[in-house]
Design a protein around this ligand. Structure first.
Ligand code: SAH
Length: 250
């Protein structure tokens, strides 16, 4: 049976997934607790990625080397960059780029030296299935979220987007930085801190990869204000519902 690796950036998401696994047990490697077990009949290994590119790359490497995952899915939150990537929307990555990689003038800006590329594609079939699951979940937010969260975060008609996600070791929380990012990577829909590193590890090992991110903020001057509450009341619930829907149909 294929083993599916699930990496979450946030504690709340991981706790909800672990609670859904009836037979889980924890194995500690590299200071991380990997939860092994079954979910909807699939063999899964779930783990907290921790924050930032290096932590995420280490976690992905352990999932592949130690736990032999055949596919890897990342769920978490991200800041919206594109005008229509609004808080409460979900972005499924078609490709990822490290926005803070710059070895120019030796290599073009954003290109990862010796890889000959700046964009790391996700697995098309995996991403398509996750986008379909996300569309189903977002078609009826009230089934997954409390009425207060829907009202407070204006989540009346959330949308699913597919496209480029930018990753880097910065929590982007000023309008100036967000605008600079949009200028240097006009196609990027969202910004986060792990995905492109995991995509690079997965390319190295030939493991199919997909990333699903709920837009938690607009990566602007207000980015930090309601972050914790949004993760707890919205992003974690979406992640759980999307992964659950995807695994049920897989
Ligand atoms: N307070 C949180 C840490 C948040 S760091 C905690 O203690 O867990 C932000 C996380 O959400 C990272 O995993 C990153 O990938 C993602 N993210 C959400 N919005 C972001 C933004 N505006 N810029 C960069 N990363 C963002």
């Amino acid at each position: 049976m294929a083993v599916i690796g699930i990496m979450s950036a946030m504690h709340e998401e991981l706790a909800a997934v672990l609670a859904a696994m009836p037979d889980k047990h924890l194995v500690r490697v590299a200071g991380r607790d990997f939860g092994l077990g079954h979910w909807h009949g699939h063999e899964v290994v779930v783990v907290l990625s921790r924050i930032g590119k290096v932590a995420a790359a280490t976690t992905a490497t352990a999932l592949i080397e130690r736990f032999k995952v055949d596919a890897l899915v990342f769920t978490g939150a991200a800041g919206g960059l594109a005008a229509d990537a609004q808080v409460g929307d979900v972005v499924v990555a078609s490709a990822l780029v490290q926005h803070d990689m710059d070895a120019s003038p030796l290599f073009p800006k954003h290109e990862v030296p010796l890889y000959g590329r700046s964009r790391f594609d996700t697995d098309a079939a995996l991403s398509k299935a996750l986008a379909a699951a996300a569309s189903q979940v977002l078609s009826d937010p009230a089934q997954h979220l409390g009425a207060q969260a829907i009202a407070d975060f204006h989540l009346l008609s959330p949308r699913v987007h597919q496209g480029l996600i930018a990753s880097g070791d910065r929590f982007v929380s000023t309008t100036a930085e967000s605008q600079a990012l949009q200028l240097s990577l006009p196609e990027a829909l969202a910004v986060e801190m792990e995905g492109a590193a995991v995509a690079q590890v997965c390319l190295d090992y030939g493991v199919p990869f997909a990333a699903v991110r709920t837009i938690s903020d607009r990566a602007d001057d207000e980015a930090h204000s309601d972050f914790g509450r949004f993760i707890r009341d919205v992003a974690s619930r979406y992640s759980l519902a999307i992964l659950s829907q995807w695994l049920m149909q897989r």
